[in-house]
Design a protein around this ligand. Sequence first.
Ligand SMILES: Nc1ncnc2c1ncn2[C@@H]1O[C@H](COP(=O)(O)OP(=O)(O)OP(=O)(O)O)[C@@H](O)[C@H]1O
Length: 258
Amino acid sequence: MKLSLPKSYTRKIARAIAEFELIEEGDNILVGFSGGKDSSLLLYALATLQKSMGINFKVSALTIDLGFEEDAEFKEMKDYCKKLEIPYYIERTKISEIITDEATKNPCAKCAYFRKGAISKFMKEGGFNKIAYGHHYDDAVETFLMSILYSGQVKTFEPKSYLDNSDIYVIRPLLYLREQETREAKKITEFEPIPSPCPHDGETKREEIKQLLRSFDDSKQIFYNVAAAMREGAPLQLWPQELADKEVLEKTNKLWKG
Ligand SMILES: Nc1ncnc2c1ncn2[C@@H]1O[C@H](COP(=O)(O)OP(=O)(O)OP(=O)(O)O)[C@@H](O)[C@H]1O
């Protein structure tokens, strides 16, 4: 298959790779391939850049089979990796049993936790040093807002992070692409994204945030303003840390008699 990525995509992906130092000589990169629009584009992009970049690195793909369907074949995904000349692996799990159990609280968080565990184990055994995920710009900005709104914390995921306990790096080369661009990418990849088999897909808080961001008149500018606030070094002017009741009482007693 002749691989070719439009310049506008190459520019944004190359910028993320260079700016965040995502790929180095000798890397053995595993791409988390869900079959969705983002990870299928990521695979295509890395397979293309592998041929044009001036450093050597390996790219493979891994699907964590959540176990929704017994002995699922993942035929389209196998064929796609073959076309891209990328080694493809499937790791079978029974994570679906946990997700579909009605007694499970936070099924999405539990699924992500077990999926990451299965990926780390696979990487250790296969000698991979980096896992690449298909997260894009909208994912990062939505996660940032969700974190503030639902857990009172100013944080989002990083372009590159080191996982101490498993000695691997997580990298996100698509971070400068907008979701609309990953949605349109099937014209480039010629891969029809596979719908998620998960019953919780699309029910998440993330959808509410997407709607909220879209609801502003100047939604494009607002998106990039939130993205600017996500950067280290963005001006921070915050209230002092909250005091314990005891400390407030001591301060109050000093100011009022009796
Ligand atoms: N079952 C899986 N096996 C391997 N990697 C996965 C799997 N599910 C998700 N990932 C990886 O984690 C990333 C983020 O997962 P998430 O569920 O948020 O997917 P998404 O935003 O719908 O992306 P995609 O379009 O690639 O499915 C994906 O882009 C992919 O790289």
